[in-house]
Design a binder for this molecule. Structure first.
Ligand code: SF4
Ligand code: SF4
Length: 100
């Protein structure tokens, strides 16, 4: 795999024309890069109010709602950014945003 030399870029010897036609990004992948550290509020699910409609799972822009067995859902706090969309769309108000 072709490596990009940052010194060449700084010197102007490496332009977009030098890039290979296809590229692969090495690990760490986005799975290993936790993206939730700037969250200021987090969603908490009251399972007793959840009707398992999965709207939170559908609408979460970060795929941070995990589906468990029997339709139950939980939040993946490693990637949830605290946008609150899940709480907005939940028809039974089972999701509450709370301060970190
Ligand atoms: S707060 Fe936003 S990112 Fe976090 S689970 Fe809800 S919809 Fe997804
Ligand atoms: S939107 Fe609310 S009721 Fe529907 S699955 Fe999510 S937490 Fe449960």
């Amino acid at each position: 795999m072709a490596e990009v030399d940052v010194k060449k870029i700084a010197r102007g010897d490496f332009t977009w024309r030098s890039l290979p036609l296809a590229a692969m990004i090495k690990v760490p992948t986005s799975l290993e890069y936790k993206t939730s550290d700037w969250r200021i509020e987090k969603p908490e699910i009251d399972q007793s109010k959840c009707i398992k409609c999965l709207l939170c799972w559908i609408y979460c822009p970060d795929m941070s709602i995990k589906r468990l067995d029997e339709g139950r859902v939980e939040v993946d706090y490693d990637f949830c950014k605290g946008c609150g969309i899940c709480a907005e769309v939940c028809p039974t108000k089972a999701i509450k945003m709370v301060e970190e």
